[in-house]
Every structure is written in C-alpha cells, then in structure tokens.
Design a protein around this ligand. Structure first.
Ligand code: NOJ
Length: 600
C-alpha cells in the first residue's frame, strides 16, 4: 500500500513538473502544415519545404518611401501561399547603419524603423501562420556593425570589459624583417597589421584604430568588426539573441557567414595564390580565416539550443563548400549540427552541363549520409541564375530546367524572390549609381550585388512595377518589368511562374516526388539529365527528364530499369506542348532545352 502511495506521489510530481514545463514552453510557431500530403510521421516540416528568400528592401514597399518593408511582405503573403512556399527567410531586418544593407547589425533584438516596428513583425508572424508560412530570421553571427554598443564599448579602451569581444591585435613594426610588402603597405605610425589577411570587401582585413593604437579584424567591410567567438560571453550573448527570436515563434535561422567565425589562433599568413582579385589585392587561399574546426562546436551548441524549442526549428547554413565531404561535415556527427547547410555545388556550377549536374545530384544523394540536401540557384550575393545559366536565346526554357532540378530532386528547395518570374541581373551602369559597398570599392571590375537585388516586379501598373508608389525606388526597376512580372505571368499559359507553381504543387502532392528515392537514368548522356523518383508504398514512380542541349534528343531509357513501371506514362508537366501527349517511354524525344515530368 505504501509502495502504491509513493508511486502515485511520484506520478503526481512528474505530472506537475510536465505541466509547468509546458506552461513555460516557448510558443511553437509552427504554422500548421498546408493542405498537401500529411507530413510523414516523425518527419519535420522542413524536410520537404520550399523556402523563399526575401530581400525585404526589394520585395514590397507599403509606405511609399521606395524601400520594401514588413507590411509590404504581409500584403504579399497570399501570393506566397498560392505559389506553395512553406517558409520565408528574411535577410536582416534589425536596426543597422545599412552599410552592408542589414548585415551590419547595431541591435539584434529590434526592428529597423525603415522596415517597421516590432508590432509589425509580430503581425507578420501571425499573418504568415494563417497562410501556413513559417518565418526564418537571418542571424549575423560573425560580426556586428561598428555602431553596435558592444563594439563602441570594445573600442573605447584597451581594458574595457568588452575589449575581448572583438579581435584586436597590436601588429608589429613595419620594418621588421618578416613583414610582407602587403603588410608594409598598410602600416600606421610604423606599425603594420599582424599578417596579410584580406577583407572580402577589398583591402586589408585589419583596421587601425588610432585611439587605442591597435588593429581590429574584419573579414567583411571595415564597418563590420569580427566578434571573438573564443570568448564565452560573446557566445552567450548571441545565444540569447537566438532565444529572443525563438521565443517570439520564428521557425529558425539562416546562419550568415558561418565559415568565417574563427581565425587561425597563431595568425599565420594566408597562402598567396597567383593573380589579383577584382579589388587589385593578391589572391589568397583563405585557409587561415575560413572553415576552422571551432565552428562545429558552435553549431552543436546552437543546435542543442534550437532543439529545446518545440516545432522543429531549423538551422540553415550559409556555406560555400566545395566537396560533398565538407558539406557532410556541416550536418555534424549523428546529424547534431545543421539540418540544412546550403549545397552550393550544384546551383553555382554556372554551366548547363548534364554530366556535371548528374554528378552533383548523385553526390548529394549518396555523399551526404542520407541527410536532406538544400539546393539553391539564386540568392542576394550572386548574379541571377537566369544570366549565369542562360544562353541568351533559350533563357526561359533553361530557367524551367533549373526549376525542375530544384523542385523534383530529393532536396529542400531554396528560392530567391523573382527567380520564379525570371528576373534578370541588372547591374548599375555607372559607379555613381552603385549602392553595394562591394561595387563601390570594386568598380568597374566588381560592380557589386545591386544587379540581383532590384525591386520585385509585381505588375505593369506603374513604372515601379507595383513595388512602390514612389517614383524613386532604392534601386531602379529593370526595364523589362512590363512583360516580366507576376500579374502578366499569372495569366500566361506556359509561363515560368506557372511552371514553378505546377512543380511545387506536384512535389507537395505526389508521393514519389515527395518521398521517393532518386535513381539516375541515361547515365552516359552529355545532353540529357534524367532520373526516376521511385514510388513509396506501391505508388507510381515519376520520371523526370531534361534536355540540356540545343538539339532534340531521344531519351534512351530501358523502361524495365524502373521497378514497377509498365512503360506507359502519363505526363504531369511538360515545358513543351509536344510532350503533353507522350504515352510510352519507348519513344520520347525531348525538344531543345525541354523539361518533362511524367508518372509511370
Ligand atoms: C553573407 C551575406 O549573404 C552577404 O550579403 C554579406 O555581405 C556577408 N555575409 C557579410 O555579412
């Protein structure tokens, strides 16, 4: 009897603790899954997601100042839901001097008034949820703005408690025997920077601070001093930032510049490579300032932190790895680091080459330890895929091929606003027009990233393409807005936008496209990329074939290669009308640059 009573007591205690835990649990955002196949048992929402990157300055202006804002995004949630987007990633919207358009953060727990207020942000979260869309924030971990109170304190004196929050160094005498010509060039009062490290924004990575007579390190612009991630207080401060946004209900983070968090503790020189970069600096290999092992410790800590929140919060990595092996390392041992490091190997080949595409897709299938790849073709840092892959004549058909790869492989799809309508890169014509700091220092060789950040083209109702009512938008609207815009393409049969919508809908509803394995077909073709997605639980497999050449190509697939297939096919999506009536795998001819998706 006594044992029973003790057991009951323990049970009651446990229930009370659980009830308290639940009451204190941070709000699970979690937009309920949108109407599609039910999320598989135990499968997190992001596993099949389409994530849409929004560059808030350029998406939709609601107050007529020529710059996009949060209320503008709210106004366009219906469009995003209709497109089939599951989550939006907002590039930084925190208060910032905007030297690097938000990637120079001066307060991590507020909203820049240019974009709205915290109440607007809360409304965006709530409205997005109604549209079944989750919101991911951009977390700028590596550096802050030089106007952030942490840095203002840090630079105020050598013995300020926050001095060690950043990377300070006294350098050495410029006339020391070992000083390189590059170090000597950036000498101040006889003192040279400690080594030859260069900033990604041009020039040296060390900035002399006359007040305290030391250099501070900045991988990016001089207004973006690097935080010292070896300092536990820095980590804790940044983890608190994460908690702040997770408690609000965001679905996760895109981790900016994560490869740059640590530097060589011995401050050894980078290896010099042949040639100079667009800023006139010697090329360097960056092995002392990128990808140091410490990042894995931080990623594990961050992952533990987000995993404590309900709703499968996700970590997306900004990383430009050059092998499946290094990409795999970012998922971490037993998948304890990032859920979704960006796989930039496929999307930035910059060449429409069936053999290379095949190789990268196979690597992602078999070289990532079964983890879900995150494919991406476009973002705010690179010329648009339309221009990198297009041949100038068949760009729309080629854009449909890229969309097909992005949306029918076994990957999470990361899109960038405007990609779905075929927005083109529109770089500034003169230096005076340039907004991006990269373009300012690199002109004319490096024109900067303005070209891929132009306002979203919604319609042809006004010269601002429906983005703003202000005749002066922060970047000019590309002249092709009259034909390349959401409204026109929504009404057009066979438009790129229609293609995206169709494929997104298919990947949500077709079991093979959603959960099937991927097997390559026609493996030796240099022109055709073809694969089958096997049908789980006896559902019909789906074949996907694309012709990456300017000549018609016949698909050579032995239909019996495809388990369970009878050779009869039913077209689900075809970029060329001639493919709509294909009924047998025995004779499929793909017109130049055609894409075809069919159920077997
Ligand atoms: C990567 C961001 O995508 C880019 O826009 C930014 O300039 C750098 N990180 C520095 O934050």
């Amino acid at each position: 009897m006594r044992t029973l009573r003790s057991l009951l007591l323990i049970l009651a205690c446990l229930m009370t603790v659980r009830a308290l835990q639940l009451a204190a649990a941070p709000r699970a955002l979690a937009a309920s899954p949108s109407p599609a196949l039910p999320a598989g048992a135990g499968q997190p929402w992001w596993k099949h997601a389409v994530i849409y990157e929004i560059y808030p300055r350029s998406f939709q202006d609601s107050n007529g100042d020529g710059i996009g804002d949060l209320n503008g995004i709210v106004a366009r949630l219906g469009y995003l839901e209709n497109l089939g987007v599951n989550a939006i990633w907002l590039t930084p919207i925190y208060p910032s001097p905007q030297v690097d358009f938000g990637y120079d953060v001066s307060n991590y727990e507020a909203i820049d008034p240019m974009y709205g207020t915290m109440a607007d942000f809360d409304r965006l979260l709530a409205e997005a949820q109604k549209h079944h869309i989750r919101v991911l924030m951009d977390l700028v971990l590596n550096h802050t703005s030089d106007q952030h109170p942490w840095f203002i304190e840090s630079r105020s004196s050598r013995n300020n408690p926050k001095r060690d929050w950043y990377v300070w160094n006294s350098g050495g005498p410029a006339n020391a025997p070992g000083a390189t010509p590059y170090q000597k060039r950036f000498e101040h009062d006889g003192m040279a920077p400690p080594n030859n490290w260069e900033s990604d924004f041009g020039g040296p990575a060390w900035q002399w601070d006359p007040r305290t007579r030391q250099f501070y390190y900045h991988k990016f612009s001089v207004h973006q001093p690097d935080l010292n991630w070896n300092n536990p207080q820095v980590r804790e401060a940044m983890y608190n930032v994460c908690r702040f946004w997770l408690n609000k209900g965001v679905a996760g983070f895109r981790l900016d510049a994560l490869e740059a968090l640590f530097e060589d503790p011995e401050l050894r020189n980078e290896k010099i490579l042949p040639g100079v970069d667009d800023y006139g600096d010697p090329n360097e290999d960056e092995s002392r300032t990128l990808d140091l092992p410490g990042i894995h410790v931080v990623l594990r800590q961050l992952r533990k932190l987000v995993d404590r929140y309900p709703g499968d919060r996700v970590l997306v990595g900004e990383n430009y790895t050059n092998s499946a092996k290094s990409l795999l390392s970012l998922y971490g041992l037993h998948g304890r680091e990032l859920q979704l490091p960006m796989d930039t190997q496929l999307g930035f080949i910059d060449k429409l080459d069936a053999a290379e595409f095949r190789q990268k897709i196979v690597e992602a299938e078999h070289g990532l330890g079964g983890h879900v790849p995150l494919f991406v073709f476009d973002n705010h840092d690179n010329p648009r895929s339309w221009d990198r892959y297009g041949d100038g004549r068949h760009n729309e058909a080629i854009a449909k091929i890229l969309a097909t790869v992005l949306l029918t492989t076994r990957s999470v799809a990361l899109m960038y606003y405007g990609e779905e309508i075929g927005m083109v890169t529109t770089p500034p014509k003169t230096r005076a027009e340039v907004q991006d700091p990269l373009g300012k220092t690199g002109w004319p060789k490096e024109k900067g990233r303005d070209g891929e950040r132009t306002p979203m083209q919604w319609n042809a109702s006004n010269p601002q393409a429906g983005f703003s009512t202000n005749p002066k938008t922060w970047l000019p609207v590309p002249p092709n807005y009259k034909t390349v815009n959401v409204q026109t393409e929504s009404a057009e049969l066979g438009s790129l936008l229609g293609w995206y919508k169709k494929l997104i809908a298919l990947r949500r509803t077709n079991p093979a496209l959603r959960d099937g394995k991927l097997l390559m077909l026609d493996r030796h073709s240099n022109s055709i990329l073809a694969y089958v997605r096997t049908g789980p639980n006896g559902t019909p497999p789906v074949i996907v074939a694309m012709n990456m050449s300017s000549r018609a190509q016949t698909l050579s697939v032995r239909w019996n290669e495809v388990a369970g297939a009878s050779g009869h096919v039913r077209t689900l999506a075809a970029s060329d009308p001639s493919l709509r009536s294909v009924s047998s795998l025995r004779s499929v001819t793909l017109p130049p640059f055609a894409s075809w998706v069919a159920s077997l």
